[in-house]
Design a protein. Structure first.
Length: 309
């Protein structure tokens, strides 16, 4: 019988791909805090001494590891998320995001392991925003396309699955910068930066998302859910909110349009103008409060302060 933990309070064995990444590392931490047995894996040297090196594009390696470790659940957070790199190297993006996910999904099905696949708001074209789970997907760049294909590989190859779509993940990480940390570092150095005002998302604090993922695991949630932050906001206003919370100079943030980055060649890939996600469905399933931008940034600020005490 396929694994299910619904209604049962037990400690689980959970394998996490992409454990050295921004989200994967937070998921590992949250699972360990809850007392679950965690198997962190990553493509290269990880943050965790116990981490196993795993290339998800190698089917044999994936199958052998999952067969050997026999996890109850796999949280598949490994992916190529650099949007312009995916556009420049579509075959590589497909190999990681599609073929890698297919390998994981097929191995999960054989091992009767539940698969949690982390997807993205970029599966939508961005013409309407505030997307619900049932809205039509229509990605406009290679990254979004390969992540959508990864969703399909998950559904087609593993009967017991959960797909979680997120948006603009941010938070502290030792090695991997993100939009929020780039804004903070740039403004602290007194740099003038250009930020688009017509690009809307629902930014997601990875610490908060990791808590959501753990609760979905413990409640055995299945299907497709949006698990981004709770607030639709433009990148420009997000940047100004970061400046406000961290007491930095907002005058260094210059307003530009998406077309400026596209025509100048700074952006190789098109971005959906408004890929904001509705979290109504998931908030009716879990008790973890999904944060807005201000609350999330205040948590980041407290975390930074604690590192220096």
């Amino acid at each position: 019988m396929p694994f299910s933990n619904k209604g049962v309070n037990l400690k689980l064995k959970i394998l996490v791909t992409g454990a050295s990444g921004l989200l994967g590392s937070k998921v590992v931490q949250e699972l360990q805090l809850e007392g679950h047995q965690v198997i962190p894996t990553s493509h290269s040297k990880s943050l965790y001494p116990t981490s196993i090196i795993l290339d998800i594009t190698q089917n044999k390696d994936v199958y052998e590891l999952i067969t050997k470790t026999k996890p109850n659940i796999i949280v598949h957070a490994a992916a190529e998320t650099k949007v312009d790199l995916c556009e420049k190297q579509p075959e590589y993006a497909h190999k990681v995001n599609v073929q890698g996910t297919r390998n994981i999904a097929k191995a999960c099905q054989k091992a009767e392991t539940k698969l949690i696949y982390i997807s993205t708001d970029y599966v939508f074209n961005g013409e309407t925003g505030n997307y619900i789970e049932e809205d039509k997907t229509n990605p406009i760049n290679t990254y979004g396309l390969t992540k959508l294909q990864g969703e399909r590989e998950t559904k087609n190859n593993c009967k017991n699955y959960l797909i979680l779509r997120t948006s603009v993940n941010f938070g502290w990480h030792q090695h991997k910068p993100n939009f929020a940390t780039w804004i903070i570092a740039s403004l602290r150095q007194g740099k003038t930066i250009n930020v688009v005002t017509d690009h809307y998302n629902t930014p997601t604090l990875t610490d908060n998302l990791a808590q959501v993922i753990v609760e979905t695991i413990e409640k055995d949630v299945t299907g497709v859910y949006h698990t981004s932050g709770s607030e639709r906001i433009s990148r420009y206003n997000f940047a100004r909110k970061i400046a406000e919370i961290f007491n930095l100079n907002p005058k260094l943030i210059k307003l530009i349009k998406m077309k400026d980055l596209e025509t100048s060649g700074i952006w190789l890939a098109k971005r959906p103008a408004d890929s904001s996600l509705s979290i109504f469905k998931i908030q009716n399933v879990i008790s973890t409060k999904i944060l807005n931008v201000e609350k999330a940034l205040k948590i980041m600020k407290r975390q930074k302060a604690q590192l220096h005490t």
